[in-house]
Design a protein around this ligand. Sequence first.
Ligand code: GTP
Length: 347
Amino acid sequence: MRGLILAGGFATRLRPLSCSKPKLLFPIVGVSLIEWMARWLSSDGVKEIVLAVNHLSDKLKVEVGHTIGDVTVAFSVEEKPLGTAGPIRLAANLLSKDDPFFVINGDIVSDIDIRSMLAVHKEKKAAATIALVSVPDPSSYGSVLTDSDGVVRKFAEKSGAISSTNLVNAGVYVISPIVVGHIPIGRPVSLERDVFPRFAENGGMQAWIHEGFWYDIGRVSEYVRANKELLEKEAPEGGPAVPGAQGGMHILRPAYVGAKSRLGVGAKVGPFTILSNNVTVGDEAIVRNSIVFEETAIGEKTIVEDSVIGERVVIGRGSRIGRGSIIAGQSIIPEGSMVPPDSIILC
Ligand code: GTP
């Protein structure tokens, strides 16, 4: 089975972190989102994926290359954004003309069983099958109403209009080639608003309810939640050694220290802290409850709390980054800076 990952959005809700880094390269417990996705899909027997891109596509092409583990990657590049359905039409030649394929939003971390979804899709002879997950508050997601046989009846994209269900669109679909012909060529088209509701009206859409883990990291709060929950799962208290950690450092679990990261004398990292690869934490610095992207340098005696720090940031010595701050990639914070809580620093 092959499929397409939608990765051409502007990720406005992840700004300023997404100004210099495509969403697929955001680190999730030190591993890029695309690597998480490739591992998930590979474990379901997927061997080929197409990345539908436009925004920051050069960066993605360079970083991702043509393979991730045993998954082959092809790129379909749009000249202008085509929404969530247009890219499927554009990449039709790279997808199967005879067999169903999957389409996934490029901001999902999950273990949805694509193989079982495909089996249900075929059994029900659906035009499209959509994975649904139950969330406590569906108001910021697209709710989906089904009948008792799991046939999709109604969509309400991010409107909160359907209050009788907590089931929301998980951003993972199995699609039969017949759907592709219903997507107009060369203009932005939305799967959720334009294409699926028409198939749902005719009873051609099936739901698949997922009960495992699922995160949509499209908002900073959800991105942080996904990292912290997965960190706890991957490196529980008393679990295996923190990857990349050197001896004699003060690391409070749960914490993740990426390869080639260095901690100075008396530096304290954790709990709930993730340092990506090649991060430097200076002597006596404290990094707590925070996510730090790769190649960032935190000066000595600096304190970082409850914050997200982008890639290749330099924070001068003796600074204090207030709780809830977000610092864009490549920013330079001068020595002794007092960054107030909830600051957003653009680069
Ligand atoms: P926001 O600007 O924060 O809404 O982010 P987004 O547009 O990246 O995400 P959204 O949730 O709106 O889109 C769902 C998925 O579709 C994401 O993985 C996007 O990358 C992707 N996507 C959205 N628009 C396009 C597009 O025009 N082309 C392609 N190829 N993908 C898109």
